[in-house]
Design a protein around this ligand. Structure first.
Ligand SMILES: C[S@@+](CC[C@H](N)C(=O)[O-])C[C@H]1O[C@@H](n2cnc3c(N)ncnc32)[C@H](O)[C@@H]1O
Ligand code: SF4
Ligand code: SF4
Length: 509
């Protein structure tokens, strides 16, 4: 590169890495100088007629904000400038454009660049190739780059929105509606307002979010606005899915979701027979189970008639002591109803459902069934969504943990992939009560792009060193939930992509 000027005699170099003391120190941890200190040194040197060079140390953690750094330094020199920002899009030409960007900056003599991160250009080249060869989409590439450069370039992959807290059943494993739950009446009344919902979706569209998941602490089909919500999401060009227990997935609803172009419907069915369903749903009975099965079959039939793939039907089976013996029957039912995908997962144990704890015998019975289930699906058109094999490998029978120290070892990158918005507007870092703010005070976009969110993202990537970091609601970054974190498939998929594309070596400095 021709960017480096020749080192001259008696030349004094002052390095800048960030656009304020905090970002400067983040990038050059050995620095003990504040931005103000550096300014004093610069003034001193110039007043004493010394020859000074301001060097901007470029790394993968700041190449995208050269404008901010340069404009800030030039403002010290009382020079009015307007250095334009470097845009990472289109990623297809990111390396070539970045080099041209630096060369075209045309800065005063006393400026110099030093690409101190020797892997930066190589990294940008790899991303350029990812797009040239169309290995990843533009948005996914930007998300991957963001994880490596610890900078958010785009919105999350998924936003989960809490629709309402009422339910028409009482699954024994459910933290909110089981007969042993302990929520307040006010909690059950909570519902996402349509006005707030629209604002979130507008922001999501602007941020190029991939998918909106309508879930929540209750049954989404009990929110009278659910269809309006799906319609709004689709009108903004985003993908949408909702979870349901399937009880209210009537023919009318099925026709409507087909018409609206819903992408996926995730049906949570914790049983492979009416008898087990009744045990797990004490306020319902075997007829309800049959109704769910016929609702799903009906949806498949309607799709077939219209020759449509969507909405995909994804069956999800939470497993605990009351249904651990029925994995095979669940698989057979999934095929019978015409599901597209199926996912099994071990239940999250908490004080309200410890009586469902898996015994050693239960666990070995589950382990025996999984390969059979896989084989059954292989011979069908239902895709087995891997999840439970990871959980089995990482399971601790006594505590019910199923992700062990995976996140402590690899870091948690949820902050780049996901946000969860509760019915009351709380924006959570993950599904485990880690509040970043509330949309009544700042919009979702403001929160997602805030310095505060940015800091949490990076701290979570190095979660082993930041366990005690506190969120707005005084919840620590790390707690027991991280040992039974259901986000491992999402993060594993990213790690797999990084490995496949030889990018893992840039993951942590
Ligand atoms: C709380 S429900 C809300 C949406 C809808 N009512 C349903 O059941 O699909 C969302 C998901 O959480 C799962 N779930 C509930 N309690 C759980 C637990 N203790 N451990 C793991 N997953 C659980 C349900 O199986 C469901 O798939
Ligand atoms: S259907 Fe969903 S919200 Fe209702 S009790 Fe079951 S898990 Fe909980
Ligand atoms: S529970 Fe822990 S590991 Fe899982 S997403 Fe939340 S912070 Fe990350």
């Amino acid at each position: 590169m021709k960017l480096k000027n020749q080192i001259q005699k008696k030349l004094h170099k002052v390095y800048f890495y960030g656009f304020d003391t905090e970002s400067d120190k983040k990038l050059f941890q050995k620095s003990t100088l504040s931005y103000e200190d550096k300014k004093i040194i610069l003034d001193d040197l110039t007043n004493n007629q010394k020859f000074v060079k301001i060097v901007i140390g470029i790394t993968r953690y700041n190449f995208f904000c050269m404008d901010k750094i340069i404009n800030k330094i030039l403002s010290y020199e009382n020079k009015i400038t307007n250095v334009k920002a470097f845009n990472i899009f289109p990623v297809l030409s990111i390396k070539d454009r970045f080099i041209r960007y630096l060369e075209g900056l045309n800065l005063p003599e006393f400026f110099e660049f030093d690409i101190v991160d020797e892997k930066l250009i190589e990294l940008l080249e790899k991303f350029q190739i990812l797009r040239t060869k169309k290995i990843e989409s533009e948005n996914d590439t930007a998300r991957l780059l963001g994880i490596l450069c610890e900078q958010m370039f785009i919105g999350p992959w998924h936003i989960v929105i809490d629709t309402c807290h009422t339910c028409n059943t009482n699954c024994t494993h459910c933290r909110l509606h089981s007969p042993t739950n302990n929520q307040t009446k006010d909690y059950y009344k909570m519902k996402m307002s349509f006005e707030n919902f629209k604002k979130i979706i507008d922001d999501a569209a602007e941020l190029k979010v991939e998918m909106i998941n309508l879930i929540g602490g209750g049954e989404p089909l009990l929110n009278p606005n659910l269809m309006k919500m799906v319609e709004y999401i689709k009108s903004k060009g985003l993908k949408a899915l909702f979870f349901t227990n399937g009880i209210l997935l009537t023919e009318k609803i099925s026709k409507k979701i087909i018409e609206l172009g819903l992408d996926e419907v995730w049906c949570s069915l914790p049983a492979g027979s009416g008898k087990t369903f009744k045990t797990i749903n004490p306020m319902n009975n075997e007829k309800t189970y049959d109704k769910i099965i016929s609702n799903l079959s009906n949806l498949t039939e309607l799709k077939k008639r219209k020759n449509l793939d969507n909405p995909k039907i994804v069956m999800t089976h939470v497993i605990h002591t009351q249904n651990h013996h029925e994995l095979i029957e669940m698989a057979q039912k999934d095929i019978e109803v015409g599901a597209n995908e199926a996912r099994y997962f071990l239940f999250r144990m908490d004080p309200t459902n410890v009586h469902l704890k898996l015994t050693k015998e239960d666990f070995s019975r589950i382990k025996k069934q999984v390969p059979i289930v896989e084989k059954i699906f292989k011979n069908s058109s239902v895709h087995f969504k891997e999840n439970i094999k990871f959980q089995i490998d990482n399971f601790e029978v006594n505590k019910g943990y199923f992700s062990k120290d995976f996140f402590l070892k690899h870091g948690c990158i949820i902050g780049y992939l996901y946000s969860d918005i509760e019915a009351n507007g709380n924006v959570r870092f993950c599904c485990h009560n880690r509040n970043v703010g509330n949309i009544s005070k700042s919009s979702y976009k403001e929160l997602w792009t805030s310095k505060k969110y940015e800091k949490y993202r990076v701290q979570a990537k190095y979660i082993d060193k930041n366990k005690d970091v506190l969120f707005e609601n005084n919840q620590t970054l790390f707690d027991d939930e991280c040992f039974k974190c259901e986000n491992h498939p999402m993060m594993n998929a990213i790690f797999l992509k990084l490995k496949k594309n030889d990018l893992m070596k840039y993951y942590k400095n």
